[in-house]
Design a protein around this ligand. Structure first.
Ligand SMILES: Nc1ncnc2c1ncn2[C@@H]1O[C@H](COP(=O)(O)OP(=O)(O)OP(=O)(O)O)[C@@H](O)[C@H]1O
Ligand SMILES: [Mg+2]
Length: 231
């Protein structure tokens, strides 16, 4: 395959009368990490939802592994190898950690043993019920569950939001391990320090459009880009 693993071009999306995405372009190379930044309401989550087929794009192209996927149903997009970790962690209170990890599993995805070897905390907590997990454990489980579906691209929506610094560091380690393992990541993140340290490339959204794009190093020096982040 030539070209990026994921290519989004001229993506538009509406919620009723409100025109939330107004021509978003972005590309994620295989094995890369792209950080999608922007202040509240910029359209970050909607971009992930449009890729995932949760929100239907009104215009634009989305290509995954060279094939057009815009407008496809979510389960079909998932079967192509894209997993989405939404802002809401979607843990079932009455299911155990292990039940979560077997529920969505697909051939080619991470096995239970692989999850437990990589994330020993989940092995320790394998029999714990969803309702008893800490916020950090829930986030870890949500990411691990996504890996059991065998994605080549993981869309992460604010995985460190609301977590204590020590737990944030654990999630960061987890994401670095996924990257080292060859998983391609499109990461929406409010934690600017982590996003800039971890990503290869930054895409900054403002009011539904890409306002700036470049490397984390260039972002640090780009005063005009930062105005799109300031509250
Ligand atoms: N289901 C919905 N119905 C109507 N409007 C929505 C819906 N979801 C989001 N919006 C609006 O669309 C715009 C973009 O929302 P989106 O959730 O994509 O932003 P975001 O960049 O993820 O913001 P945040 O940082 O707060 O998560 C916002 O103005 C939001 O209020
Ligand atoms: Mg959001």
């Amino acid at each position: 395959m030539t070209g990026p693993l994921l290519a989004v071009e001229g993506l538009h999306a509406h919620y009723g009368p409100s025109h939330v995405l107004q021509g978003v372009d972005l590309a994620v190379p295989a094995g890369g990490v792209v950080a999608l930044l922007g202040r509240n309401g910029a359209g970050k989550s909607t971009t992930l939802k449009a890729i995932m087929g949760v929100v239907r794009p009104s215009q634009g192209r989305i290509a995954f592994a060279g094939r057009p996927i815009a407008g496809e149903a979510t389960d079909r997009v998932a079967r192509r190898g894209i997993a989405w970790v939404p802002e809401t962690r979607a843990i079932f209170p009455s299911l155990s950690v292990e039940e979560h990890l077997t529920l969505a599993a697909r051939r080619g995805g991470w096995t239970l043993e692989r999850v437990y070897d990589r994330f020993p905390r989940l092995r320790e907590r394998r029999r714990a019920g969803g309702a008893t997990l800490s916020g950090g454990e829930q986030q870890m489980l949500t990411i691990a569950r996504a890996m059991t579906t065998g994605p080549s691209l993981l869309l992460l929506d604010e995985p460190t939001e609301g977590l204590a610094p020590l737990v944030v560091a654990e999630i960061e380690d987890m994401l670095r391990a996924l990257k080292a393992d060859g998983t391609t990541l499109l990461l929406v993140e409010q934690n600017l320090a982590f996003a800039l340290a971890f990503a290869d490339h930054v895409v900054l959204l403002g009011k539904g459009r890409v306002r700036w794009t470049g490397t984390p190093a260039a972002f640090r020096d780009a005063a005009e880009a930062r105005t799109w982040l300031a509250v």
